[in-house]
Write a protein that binds this ligand. Structure first.
Ligand SMILES: Nc1nc2c(c(=O)[nH]1)N[C@H]1C(S)=C(S)[C@@H](COP(=O)(O)OP(=O)(O)OC[C@H]3O[C@@H](n4cnc5c(=O)[nH]c(N)nc54)[C@H](O)[C@@H]3O)O[C@H]1N2
Ligand SMILES: Nc1nc2c(c(=O)[nH]1)N[C@H]1C(S)=C(S)[C@@H](COP(=O)(O)OP(=O)(O)OC[C@H]3O[C@@H](n4cnc5c(=O)[nH]c(N)nc54)[C@H](O)[C@@H]3O)O[C@H]1N2
Ligand SMILES: [Mo]
Length: 761
């Protein structure tokens, strides 16, 4: 088979035979045996384990194969038979590993024993667990807690996360940035102001009652494929799906269910989107303004002529605040501006508004295409404005559904992983653990990067993730790690962040969620919360990758004990021996949310946390659901997008990756094969800029801070994208994103609207 890069049109549906083939080859590539493959049958089952890939909801009555192509790939990656042992590090200095690609680093397989950096040989060398804990603890005691960062990637369980935040707070800091700071933080800032809840309001059952879905900025076929099943079911009832996305993502165009014999034998496929609107990157605020304008003006006409109302006037009067000001601003918005900013026509937006008006229940779903913008918070609030116009919240089939990323990213927030002290019951923690917690706001991810850049970081602890690769501005930040005194990485696989180490550095390998976690009281179960605020139990089935691995709770407890010594009255050993004691502590801290935690976690389908907004109870300051009047419709001009030559770059995931973990070079649904070093562009832009197909190009960020950010070695390809828009892959393109280019208020790096110049090389 040719391994040459190629870009071709992919006309098949998402799912289908291509999906089954990809699952099989993922298992084979990772040398996963038939026994290993059988473990997939336990994926997302009530008595099984929660998939380590995305956070999409898990049904109470699952299919026999309740997994998708990408979930299976993530499982294969964790169950891989490949291992990194001390021989590997004996053969490779860290300087030599720097030349390896991300794919090459991670595909060495699972880490197997604790290691410590040896500066004399520039290698990781083995260290005993207790010695590592003692050395780290001693250093941390000498550091200023305000200069130490405790980062979390969104995979760690509720139990680990609760222990970890408590460790950081007992140590003396709220520096608890997490992957959510780069992801749905715009949601967490936007929704409490509008509906009084930081998370979505819908459950899986709602999908059966929705007449119309508004779908923004999410690549579902790749990033939450199991969600295509309820969408396919909805389409069979002729529910409408209106998609706003600059790119025609295959999964949102059509889908063949790889688990349905009928779909597999006949070329049957379901059309997913009934209207596909290729909005300009950053054009959603304008597009939603257009839809709202069409609805409000239709309602004005209806009132004048005595026809039935278009808006839900009763809901607006009883439940909301700020309608008049929002409606006035929307009436005043000019169609000409809306069309220019959104790249969509008035006719298209009015057609979408028509579907909205006809539907009894509308659900709004969205992903990173909305949150990772300078105006990400406002964009989320525009979606709630649209929802409130029709009373589309708090009734079956209606509501808002932020599609979360990591499998427990939402849950970690629930149990206290946050840099914002106001979101944590600190008084209660103070009483329970007999200490005085810091009330000072901690560092978010962007703050932690700034501290790193400015030499203000003593220590960095990473509970999973790949901080150095997932964050922006690689060229600026990478050299700064040398000044950090201590880095500790708790991980399953080797990645770039383990090479970007501090003066002292430890690599602590842990069990994955799919593995049997045997502690003094027996095999342990953990819990995770999905995108619909549903909490599930998860039990490991596979033999651990190595006998020397510790579980994440055991590692956190080991570090906490060695660091805190007598501080706080926590019996860390007892918690490690029996995780139900940690759950009891979570229940005692959050009694309303986690009542009867131990019994409810194991019921089929888990249990839903209570979300007041879903019952039309508004926990906002004024007790109402709030319309927010936008000041403008465009992307914030913090960086110049003007000038004919500037393009707007979105950096997205391809089909063969989980965030920074790259499984392969194909992005099948977009027809990109054997390469990730591409920039996909609009054909007219290429002509205008004199760039030929497959031309080698240099991409430079337009910024005013005097720093040169340039990527060479990408090749340009024409793609079906709106004019002025381009796409490149994350994390390769992160070097182009200035750290300062982040969402106002939520500080989510604006990875979807980077102003760039492209020139032929
Ligand atoms: N297999 C797999 N699953 C995953 C992940 C993975 O890497 N691999 N990652 C997980 C994580 S942490 C997350 S956060 C989610 C991410 O899932 P997504 O939210 O799908 O994230 P991206 O891959 O960044 O894709 C962004 C989508 O938004 C569109 N878009 C970009 N800019 C705009 C815009 O301005 N407006 C609109 N309307 N659309 C826009 C892009 O074309 C693309 O379809 O997936 C999770 N699930
Ligand atoms: N340009 C650009 N940048 C982005 C984004 C984007 O769309 N564009 N998306 C952002 C988003 S949404 C997110 S969520 C972040 C993701 O940022 P992170 O969450 O920091 O990154 P991941 O790639 O998910 O982390 C992968 C690593 O986690 C470790 N790991 C895997 N499983 C486990 C486990 O069970 N336990 C432990 N301890 N470690 C484990 C492995 O060593 C692996 O190398 O990236 C952000 N960065
Ligand atoms: Mo994410």
């Amino acid at each position: 088979m040719s391994k040459l890069p190629s870009i071709k049109k992919y006309d098949h549906p998402a799912g289908g035979w291509g999906s089954l083939k990809a699952v099989t080859s993922a298992l084979v590539e990772q040398h996963v045996t038939l026994d290993g493959a059988r473990i997939l049958l336990h994926q997302n089952k009530p008595d099984g384990y929660a998939c380590v890939s995305c956070s999409w909801a898990k049904p109470a009555d699952p299919h026999l194969f309740e997994f998708c192509e990408n979930g299976a790939k993530a499982t294969a990656w964790e169950l891989t038979k490949k291992r990194i042992n001390q021989d590997f590090f004996a053969h490779h200095t860290l300087a030599s590993l720097e030349a390896w690609t991300d794919f090459e680093l991670e595909s060495q397989g699972r880490l197997t024993e604790p290691m410590r950096y040896d500066a004399a040989t520039d290698r990781y060398v083995p260290v005993r667990w207790q010695q590592a804990f003692d050395e780290i603890g001693k250093m941390l005691r000498d550091f200023d807690p305000k200069r130490t960062v405790f980062y979390t990637s969104g995979r760690a369980s509720l139990e680990t996360s609760y222990m970890y935040q408590l460790f950081a707070r007992l140590y003396g800091t709220n520096n608890l940035p997490d992957s959510s700071n780069m992801c749905h933080e715009s949601t967490s800032v936007a929704l409490p102001e509008t509906i009084g809840a930081p998370v979505g309001t819908v459950t899986l059952d709602d999908f059966q009652h929705t007449d119309c879905f508004f779908f923004f900025g999410h690549n579902t076929g790749t990033n939450a494929p199991r969600m295509l099943h309820p969408l396919q079911e909805a389409r069979k009832r002729d529910a409408r799906i209106i998609t706003f996305n600059p790119m025609k993502e295959r999964g949102l165009v059509s889908f063949a269910n790889p688990q349905s014999p009928k779909d597999m034998l006949t070329p049957a496929q379901t059309t997913i989107s009934t209207q596909y609107l290729q909005v300009k990157i950053g054009g959603d605020i304008a597009a939603v303004t257009g839809v709202c304008k069409a609805l409000i003006e239709a309602d004005d006409r209806a009132q004048k002529t005595g026809m039935p109302r278009v808006l839900d006037a009763e809901f607006i009067a009883e439940h909301t605040h700020g309608f008049e000001s929002f409606a006035d601003a929307t009436r005043k918005a000019e169609w000409r501006d809306i069309e220019v900013q959104s790249g969509l026509t008035r006719g298209e937006l009015e057609a979408a508004a028509n579907e909205y008006a006809r539907a009894k229940a509308v659900m709004i779903l969205y992903g990173m295409g909305i949150t990772q913008h300078r105006e990400g918070v406002l964009a989320v609030q525009m979606l709630t404005n649209l929802m409130l116009l029709g009373g589309n919240i708090g009734k079956p089939g209606a509501g808002i559904c932020p599609i979360r990323g990591h499998s427990n990213v939402q849950g970690q927030r629930t149990v206290g992983i946050t840099e914002k002290p106001a979101l944590v019951p600190l008084d209660k923690l103070a009483r329970m653990y007999a200490f005085e917690p810091s009330r000072e706001e901690g560092m978010s991810t962007v703050d932690a990067c700034a501290a790193l850049r400015d030499g203000e970081l003593d220590a960095f602890i990473g509970l999973g993730g790949n901080f150095g690769r997932a964050t922006p501005d690689h060229h600026v930040l990478e050299p700064a790690w040398k000044r950090v005194l201590l880095t500790v990485q708790i991980a399953t696989h080797l990645n770039r962040s383990h090479l970007l180490h501090g003066r002292a550095a430890y690599l602590l390998p842990c069990l994955g969620r799919i593995e049997i976690d045997l502690q003094a009281s027996g095999p342990q179960t953990v819990t995770v919360e999905d995108s619909t605020a549903c909490v599930h139990a998860s039990k490991g089935f596979a033999q651990p990758a190595s006998d020397a691995l510790l579980s994440e709770p055991a590692i956190v407890a080991g570090l906490a004990k060695a660091t805190l010594q007598d501080r706080g009255n926590v019996d860390w050993d007892a918690w490690t021996a029996d995780y139900s004691l940690v759950r009891a502590a979570i229940e005692a801290t959050y009694p309303e949310q986690f009542k009867d935690f131990e019994t409810r976690m194991s019921q089929p389908g888990g249990f839903h946390r209570s979300i007041p907004a879903a019952r039309r109870e508004w926990k906002t300051r004024n007790g109402k659901a709030n319309f927010i009047t936008p000041e403008g419709m465009g992307e914030d001009p913090d960086m110049s997008f003007d000038g004919e030559r500037t393009l707007r770059l979105m950096t997205t995931r391809g089909d063969s990756q989980f965030n920074t973990t790259v499984y392969g070079l194909d992005d099948r649904f977009r027809g990109v094969f054997n390469t990730r070093d591409v920039l996909l562009m609009n054909r007219d832009d290429m002509t205008r800029l004199s760039i030929a197909e497959d031309q080698s190009i240099a991409v430079t960020t337009v910024s005013k801070d005097g720093v040169k950010r340039c990527l060479e070695g990408l090749r340009a390809h024409a793609f079906d994208l709106p004019r002025g828009c381009a796409m490149g892959y994350y994390p390769e393109c992160n070097a182009l994103i200035p750290l300062s280019h982040h969402a106002k208020r939520s500080k989510v790096p604006a990875a979807k609207a980077v102003p760039i110049l492209v020139r032929a090389r």
